[in-house]
Write a protein that binds this ligand. Structure first.
Ligand SMILES: [Zn+2]
Length: 242
């Protein structure tokens, strides 16, 4: 029994900033890490804080490149470690399709969808399909009566609010500045994220999947003006505990 910890690795939507990464988060409890997405630049940044050999489970929310671009090289990293006879386990990608990531004995794919309930390390994991141009899953990891919810990509919906309800840590995508979301894009802007926070009432909100242009603090100011809970703007190596 203990805490859940979230570490942001990549916080950018679409493309990484110089020296940064797109979507990637480490969620851990009892020292067991699970990766949520592994976007562009993520494998490099992870290694600034831990050996990638310690990570066995990667959940891929959907197959847009800013969420899975480094999956293939993660597989090669594991292949190299196994061929060097380091004491490592095969990688397990939890994903909606195999996407050439099933490469035994180095990696396996555990197929997931909305109805899947998985036990990954100490976590119980559930999924929900979001409103996005390609099939995409929001993720809820539960441990010891606590939960971390990751919206992945998707438009605001009542279902997403219900799925996120009372999360201890809610990692919410915010692709656009206030009022600039294109409804057809299947993303949230800062107004949507604050509405989501009001509905779901998380203990802590991490705003991520941020634009790579403009002044990101405008997003934080907007959300804080509409919701009083603890709100953090994601950046590489930001941590939050529940
Ligand atoms: Zn996407």
């Amino acid at each position: 029994m203990g805490n859940m910890k979230v570490t942001v690795i990549g916080e950018s939507g679409g493309a990484p900033l110089a020296g940064g990464a797109t979507s990637c988060y480490i969620v851990e409890a009892e020292g067991y890490p699970v990766l949520l997405d592994i976007g562009s630049g993520a494998l490099s940044l992870i290694q600034r804080i831990r050996s990638f050999d310690e990570i066995d489970d990667i959940i891929i929310s959907h197959f847009h490149s800013d969420h899975h671009a480094d999956a293939g090289v993660a597989l090669y990293s594991r292949l190299i470690s196994m061929q060097l006879k380091r004491p490592v386990n095969p990688l397990v990608f939890h994903a909606m399709e195999s996407h050439k990531l099933d490469m035994a004995p180095y990696s396996y794919v555990s197929m997931i969808d909305e109805d899947t309930v998985e036990e990954i390390g100490p976590f119980s994991v559930r999924y929900m399909r979001t409103e996005h141009p390609v099939p995409c899953l929001a993720v809820k990891l539960s441990y010891d009566g606590k939960s971390v919810v990751y919206t992945a990509d998707g438009a605001l919906s009542d279902r997403l609010a219900a799925f996120s309800s009372s999360a201890d840590i809610l990692i919410a995508e915010c692709s656009f500045y206030p009022g600039t979301a294109d409804d057809a894009a299947g993303h949230m802007d800062a107004l949507d994220v604050s509405d989501l926070a009001v509905s779901a009432a998380p203990e802590k909100l991490i705003v991520s999947h941020l634009p790579v242009y403009g002044e990101r603090n405008d997003i934080l100011r907007c959300i804080r003006s509409r919701w009083n809970g603890e709100t953090l703007l994601a950046h590489p190596f930001l941590t939050a505990e529940a």
